[in-house]
Ligand binder design. Sequence first.
Ligand code: NAD
Length: 421
Amino acid sequence: MPLYHSPLYNDALAQLETAQEVMGADPNIVERLKYPKRAIQVSIPVRLDDGTVRCFEGYRVQHSMTLGPGKGGIRFHPHVDLSETTALAMLMTFKCALVGLPLGGAKGGVKVNPNDLSRQELQALTRRYAMEIGPFVGPDKDVPAPDIGTDRQAMAWFMDTYSQIHGYASHGVVTGKPISVGGSLGREAATGKGVAYCVNFAYDKMDKEITHKTTVAIHGFGKVGMPAAVDLAEQGAKIVSVSDYTCALYDEKGLNVLDIIEFVKEKHTLDQYEREGVKKITNEELLALDVDVLIPAAIDSVITKENMKTINAKLIAEGANGPLTKEAVKYLSDKGVFIIPDILCNAGGVIVSYFEWVQGLAHFFWDEEQINRTLHNILKTAFSEVVRKADHYKCDMKTAAMCAALAKLEAAMKLRGLFPG
Ligand code: NAD
């Protein structure tokens, strides 16, 4: 029986079970992967600016550490709970295995709207959370990173708190840090860049080329959506629509991506953006646009059985984690839509996080050209492997990605055995 009950967790379990059936994986291995290795719940008391104390609820879930230390982001969002955090930790296990990193899967989060807190309150929250989960994380144990609602500054506070406790500067404890405290070149754009690389690999596979006629819509114009838009626009694609939680912008002639990024840096949201030829549409309308490439890069479960029949895109690149529910994946794959699965499509972030961790441990830093080239090579190898699995098992890309990840985990788990025997 599943321990948790969020739609994301149920979908992750269903994907795992489908992969098991398709490839005939050992049920004893799959049984172990259905549950997290360890789930930590912490209370985070924070003194607010008005002098009162408020307790926030926080989590760190370590799903699997068979392949190496846990790896996964920290999310600050009002919807954070144990079930969602566990599902996201599980997806990290499969993502790291798929792209061949010596890392396990973990995720953390605090149930909070970071926009409701002052900078001082946010710092106190981040530091106390780091202190509470401190005994369970570390360069050889579990290495957090940013996710929704957290950023480079939060990682710098986390790294500093851990370093103060241990008495030395620990570069390997978190990734996504600012460059001046041991961050990596190329980390910020890595996830979006990886999405753009994957769109290119899919076009190669379909014997097509990205041209000025290739239309792209991006749902969620944040840390993933922006660099994906920049890279695809640089290749000549026409970004016809982008959105945030307030609205979507649409121009059939193509939006000026760099201008919108500058605008968001200053005004934070898209709703005030006014330019000739640019219309405001809803997020639902964006998702239904008749475009060549749709990139859902905001949150999970945006394409569901309720709206899957309205989708007109020919290729969907899952920039977010779990943006399509299992019903939507089945319906759209059967209809012939090419879906690049999340654990492959958005793996660029964890790949460059891995580079950052390695650089931190070695105290030696690489140039950006080397980072982007190695990122490209790792993603290309993983993409080819998923395509091979899809051909071999005659299954959709989502199942194929899961099969490729499960095969690697199964091999390692069998070799390491089950303690105590
Ligand atoms: P972000 O907070 O930087 O950006 C999210 C964007 O989505 C923002 O523009 C926000 O306004 C928009 N948004 C939020 N709710 C929305 C809604 N209901 N409708 C439309 N737009 C909405 O977050 P991010 O880091 O870009 O992460 C986005 C997704 O990608 C998440 O699922 C995250 O787990 C996943 N992801 C992120 C990374 C990374 O390196 N940042 C890596 C892998 C996966």
